[in-house]
Design a protein around this ligand. Structure first.
Ligand SMILES: NC(=O)C1=CN([C@@H]2O[C@H](COP(=O)(O)OP(=O)(O)OC[C@H]3O[C@@H](n4cnc5c(N)ncnc54)[C@H](O)[C@@H]3O)[C@@H](O)[C@H]2O)[C@@H](O)CC1
Ligand SMILES: [K+]
Length: 511
């Protein structure tokens, strides 16, 4: 089950914004730029290793022995510094290396030479209760699957239940994608440097990190900021200023109009969840557009939400004649794929905005080009909210690119379609055609419940109707959806989630 992470920035007591996410390649470029500016690389390693030792002493004071496992690169170098510091503090620290020591070079060799503790080959390590593992085997430089004997060793330590403090990343987790390369430690805590990496936020990596501490090791922050790029951790600072403010002069049409298409007579629940979510997100008017056969099923269940009969393409054309009808949700429980396609394309050709979910996504299997052409525009007017199965169905080639992680895949899909893509999951990624992307990490496990996707689609539309730009609206809705689930608690139904939207929004907009 995904654990909730806590992020702590340690920097001489100063709190730094924590939304910078750098892929390992970008981080290596920042390291190189810092070194080129005159900061010795070894000084960075010293501060990294010292921070690891300090966290080990603070977080695992009960340890009988700190067992420091060192790899052949700079991650191992951090481990040698940490072991030396722990020993200098009077703690019991033992060193084990995974590769021949003569492979060590550069700063890592210097760190090894300055650490006068004996280093033994990893296979000689005998586990004992009271051991705390400091994992400095691989960090950002992991480039392939772990060798089988190392994978076995990691699995044995995991099975023994010894606590693990990971340096930079748990060894075996790919920092760029969050994927596991053969095996990986499951850490109670991870100490990383200057910025989070995608692997701390994306699954399964996130579940292997425990709580993450981000340590300032003396690289000028302006260099980190300059490398920040278009990938962020999703948090209110990204979109809070875009959220609508309550305005006494507002009337209902100024707060926007959302139309949600209903499914057939026996499938109206999903559209009602979306419609209610749009209303709770602040849309001024919300309507359900239903086929004639479903109207009777909807009448007893709608109060403040309006009901229109839209049976076919001609009805929809009339409906689109009203310029107030600007924002649409299509897909939840919709059923009829052919009609889903023709309705979605008509909305696109009429220059309206659409949140396409569930059946609406599946309906375009093999027909992505039609969707892209209908919504082609300078600013995106289409938001797609696929879960993993729907993503594979619509973008089979992108999904099959195993070397790419969820962020790249979502970005590729957004670029291909010219749309905002919200690739759902416990690690939802939101991406825009211009490359902007955010990784969301606040969803509690119980959010994976029936109807929760319908609620999200409605929330996105509700915010877009209030003129929140689609990328910001999608990031905000995904985050608020997670916050609402946390407020609703577990067990939770989609109705409970709806109820909690108001409080979730209030917690963000009150200041
Ligand atoms: N100046 C810097 O660049 C700094 C780097 N730091 C540390 O350095 C780390 C990155 O160092 P490196 O780039 O040397 O990378 P790593 O130390 O993560 O690993 C690279 C080494 O592991 C080998 N390797 C990769 N995957 C393997 C696999 N599956 N099986 C066996 N061997 C494998 C590579 O051939 C290479 O020798 C960071 O994670 C961080 O801990 C910190 O010391 C701060 C400063
Ligand atoms: K590590």
């Amino acid at each position: 089950m995904p654990k909730t992470q806590e992020f702590v920035v340690q920097t001489a007591g100063e709190i730094w914004t924590t939304d910078v996410v750098l892929a390992p390649k970008a981080m290596a470029e920042v390291d190189a730029a810092a070194i080129a500016s005159g900061i010795p690389g070894y000084d960075l390693m010293e501060r990294a290793g010292q921070a690891v030792a300090a966290t080990a002493l603070r977080s695992f004071p009960e340890a009988n022995r700190y067992i420091v496992l060192c790899g052949p690169g700079n991650n191992g170098g951090d481990g040698y510094v940490a072991a030396r510091e722990l020993a200098a503090c009077g703690a019991s620290a033992e060193l084990y290396h995974v590769e021949e020591l003569d492979r060590l070079s550069g700063d890592a060799r210097t760190a090894f030479e300055r650490c006068h503790l004996p280093a033994n080959p990893l296979p000689t390590y005998q586990m004992q209760p009271g051991d705390v593992i400091i994992d400095a085997i691989f960090g950002a430089g992991l480039s392939r699957d772990l060798p089988p004997e190392l994978a076995e060793r990691i699995n044995a330590i995991t099975a023994a239940g010894l606590p693990v403090l990971a340096v930079d990343l748990p060894s075996g987790i790919d920092g760029a994608t969050g994927e596991m390369r053969g095996a990986a430690f499951t850490a109670s805590k991870t100490v990383t440097f200057m910025a989070q990496k995608p692997g701390h936020l994306l699954l399964p990596g996130r579940d292997h990190c425990g709580s993450v501490e981000i340590v300032d090791i003396g690289i000028p922050r302006r260099m980190v900021e300059a490398a920040r790029g278009a990938l962020k951790r999703n948090h209110p600072g990204l979109w809070q200023a875009d959220l609508p403010r309550a305005n006494l002069a507002d009337h209902k049409y100024r707060r926007g109009h959302v139309s949600v298409f209903s499914g057939p007579f026996n499938g109206t629940g999903a559209c009602r969840l979306s419609a209610a979510a749009a209303a709770r997100s602040g849309a001024g008017i919300v309507a359900v557009a239903a086929r004639r056969s479903a109207v009777a099923a909807l009448v007893p269940h709608l109060t403040s939400i309006m009901l229109h009969s839209v049976d076919n393409e001609l009805d929809l054309a009339h409906y689109l004649d009203d310029p107030r009808h600007q924002t649409f949700v299509l897909g939840p429980g919709f059923g009829d794929f052919a009609q889903a396609r023709s309705f979605a394309l008509a909305i696109g050709h009429a220059q309206r905005t659409l949140v396409l979910d569930a059946d609406g996504i599946t309906a375009f299997k093999g027909k992505v080009d039609e969707l892209r052409d209908a919504f082609a525009d300078v600013t995106p007017r289409l938001v797609l909210t696929p879960h993993e199965g729907e993503f594979h169905r619509l973008f089979p080639e992108i999904a099959a690119e195993n070397a790419k992680g969820k962020v790249e895949k979502t970005r590729d899909a957004a670029g291909l379609l010219g749309a905002i893509v919200v690739y759902k999951g416990a690690d939802t990624v939101i991406a825009a055609p211009d490359g902007s992307a955010a990784i969301n990490d606040n969803a509690p496990p119980w959010l994976a419940t029936a109807g929760s996707g319908d609620v999200l689609a409605g929330m996105i539309a509700g915010l877009i109707a209030q003129r929140v730009p689609p990328f910001a609206a999608s990031c905000a809705a995904v985050y608020l959806h997670g916050e609402a689930a946390k407020l609703a608690g577990s067990p939770m139904t989609a109705e409970d989630l709806l109820e909690a939207i108001t409080a979730a929004m209030a917690s963000i907009t009150q200041d």
